[in-house]
Every structure is written in structure tokens, then in C-alpha cells.
Design a binder for this molecule. Structure first.
Ligand SMILES: NC(=O)c1ccc[n+]([C@@H]2O[C@H](COP(=O)([O-])OP(=O)(O)OC[C@H]3O[C@@H](n4cnc5c(N)ncnc54)[C@H](O)[C@@H]3O)[C@@H](O)[C@H]2O)c1
Length: 304
């Protein structure tokens, strides 16, 4: 199958490209390299350096003629989305509309969207949150992902386009950018390997659900063949505090220092765990890599 991957130079997108190539698919990548890394793009994929919001994206769709799109390119930073919600919406909502327009005009049959379980549900009363939980995002980022989901459903109603919306919990693993506010595992690993004191926001107490990047990439590959017009959580379904991540890394790295503890930042939720039963049923997907194994892979990658 010919698959176009947006954000294919990024953390998760580059793993999606690798797994698609390994499965024998023909892959084209669109990425503006704003946070992505060119060398992460599998050499067997064709590469187009362009923004998803650029009208010339239509020419790439016309040339590559993809059967399916895995759409991962996005502004992903919750804190940045609070500071500049218009930029977040421009990239995430308007950029996706531009892609959807190009996709339907060039005959794409399936659109697989990387949404968020970690930021779309807000602070649900019942945990783990399944897909029937009413989304009440706490940040512009979560809201732009929700609006984008609705545009995708709209295009699927009006065109012969099928979609799978994948709502990831907190993704971690090799190639995650270890700075900024995103990706607590990568940020902590990087600082602790350098012997620098990390800051644990929410005093290390926020509860998250950490899912390994290789498992998330596999969900994208499975969604090419399975799932039609459906929304599924891709998660581990297990609660882990930031303090527990710190302690696990401390044991492996031998950091032997106390972290700095500060209050939660604007837009961040205190507690989220996502149920993954629907992904098992509809995609035949289940997580295979646990937290400790995934953290070890992350440490090994950073050391290398
Ligand atoms: N990392 C997580 O925990 C997590 C959780 C839920 C959902 N997601 C979603 O998964 C997707 C991938 O996230 P990631 O963690 O790999 O982030 P990332 O920043 O590593 O990847 C995003 C990629 O998109 C590219 N990009 C950004 N804006 C672009 C634009 N306007 N045009 C073209 N390319 C652009 C970047 O250069 C980068 O390569 C995103 O849609 C994100 O919202 C991530």
C-alpha cells in the first residue's frame, strides 16, 4: 500500500515510518522539521519538507497518490498551546483541513489520525476513561485535537473516506525530544544521565498512563487494514505517577539526588488513565512493552 505519513521525522512518526517500511509498504513523508529530525526518516521513504498548512501539499498528494494517510504532524506542546492558542489551532486544525482537502481530491481511502487520550478527556470522574467519556479538554491543544477529530468525521460523512482516530495516552521511548515540557520520561532520562536535577511538576504526583512508542506505531500499521470510522484509545491502561518514573530511572541510572518539586503548569491534568479494550476488539492491538523495558530502551538510546 502507498502510505503518506505526516510528521514522519518526529518521535512517533519516524517509528510509524520504520514499521510501515518493514511491513513492505511504500512510504512518503511530509514534515516541516520544526521539531522533527531529518536523519530519523527511514531512507526507504521519500521525503517532502513542507508544512501541512501549505497549499502545495495538494501537489504532493497528486504526485504520490497515497492509498492511506497516517497524520501525526502537529503542534504537540500543551504549555505552548496555552501561550499561543491561535498558532496551535492554525497548525492542528487548519493544517489538517488542508490535508483532508488534498486527501479527498486525490482519492485517499483511509485517514489515520494521531489524537490524544491524555489531553482530550480533561479530568474525568470515572477512570480509566474509555472512548464514551465526554471530552472536556483543559488546554487549547486538547481542544484543537477534538475539533480536528470532528473535521475528520465530517469529511468521512461527505466523501468515500474512512478514518481511524487513535487517542494515545502518554507516549514514551527512543527518539523523544528530551527538552521542553513534553515527554516527561525523555526529559527526566536526559537530565538524570547528565547528573542534573530534574523538576517534577505537580510535585511528582500527577498520574499518567505511559504507552511505548513501538506499540503506538504498530497501532497505526494495524489501522491500515482494520477499523472503520472509529475512535480508539491506544494506552497501557495502568496508572503511574511521575515520582514512580523518577524512582525507576533513579534505580537504573544511579542518580542519587533529590528532584525539584513544583506545582502543575497551566493546561496540565492531574490524573488520566485510558481504557484500551476497544483497541483490542477493533484493531487486535494490545500493548506489549512495559514501563521498565521501555525506560531501559530509552536510556540505551540516549546513551548511544
Ligand atoms: N508524544 C505523546 O505523548 C503524544 C500523545 C498523544 C498524541 N500525540 C500526537 O502524536 C503525534 C506525534 O507526536 P510526537 O510526540 O511524535 O511529536 P513530534 O513533535 O516529535 O512530532 C511531530 C512532527 O510533526 C512535524 N510538524 C510539526 N508541525 C508541522 C507542520 N505544520 N507541517 C509539517 N510537519 C509539522 C514536526 O517537525 C515533527 O516531526 C502528534 O499529532 C501528537 O499530537 C503524541
Amino acid at each position: 500500500m502507498k502510505v503518506l505519513v505526516t510528521g514522519g521525522a518526529g518521535f512517533i512518526g519516524s517509528h510509524v515510518v520504520d514499521q510501515l517500511v518493514a511491513a513492505g509498504h511504500d512510504v512518503a513523508v511530509i514534515d516541516n522539521l520544526s521539531t522533527g529530525v531529518r536523519s530519523y526518516v527511514n531512507p526507504k521513504a521519500s521525503f517532502h519538507e513542507i508544512s501541512i498548512g501549505d497549499k502545495a501539499v495538494a501537489d504532493i498528494f497528486a504526485k504520490e497518490k497515497p492509498d492511506a494517510v497516517c497524520h501525526l504532524a502537529a503542534q504537540i506542546n500543551v504549555t505552548e498551546s496555552v501561550k499561543d492558542p491561535a498558532f496551535d489551532a492554525m497548525t492542528n486544525i487548519i493544517g489538517t483541513i488542508n490535508l483532508l482537502q488534498a486527501a479527498v481530491n486525490s482519492g485517499v481511502k483511509k485517514f489515520i489520525f494521531s489524537s490524544t487520550g491524555g489531553a482530550i478527556y480533561g479530568e474525568p470522574k470515572v477512570l480509566p476513561a474509555d472512548e464514551s467519556t465526554v471530552p472536556e479538554p483543559m488546554s487549547p491543544y486538547g481542544t484543537s485535537k477534538l475539533a480536528t477529530e470532528e473535521y475528520i468525521k465530517l469529511y468521512a460523512r461527505n466523501h468515500p473516506l474512512h478514518y481511524v482516530i487513535l487517542r494515545y495516552s502518554n507516549v514514551f521511548g527512543p527518539r523523544q525530544v528530551p527538552h521542553g515540557e513534553c515527554g516527561v520520561c525523555a526529559v527526566l532520562t536526559d537530565l538524570m544521565l547528565k547528573g542534573k536535577q530534574p523538576t517534577l511538576y505537580g510535585f511528582g504526583e500527577p498520574i499518567r498512563d505511559y504507552v511505548y512508542v513501538g506499540d503506538v506505531a504498530r497501532a497505526n500499521v494495524l489501522a491500515l487494514e482494520r477499523g472503520s470510522n472509529t475512535t480508539v484509545n491506544i494506552s497501557n491502561g495502568k496508572a503511574t505517577t511521575v515520582n514512580e518514573i523518577f524512582d525507576a530511572l533513579d534505580k537504573v541510572i544511579g542518580f542519587n539526588q533529590e528532584p525539584i518539586r513544583k506545582p502543575l503548569r497551566a493546561g496540565e491534568v492531574e490524573k488520566i488513565i485510558c481504557a484500551n479494550d476497544k483497541a483490542k476488539k477493533e484493531l487486535g492491538w494490545a500493548p506489549t512493552v512495559g514501563l521498565l523495558e521501555g525506560l531501559q530502551n530509552t536510556i540505551d538510546h540516549m546513551r548511544a
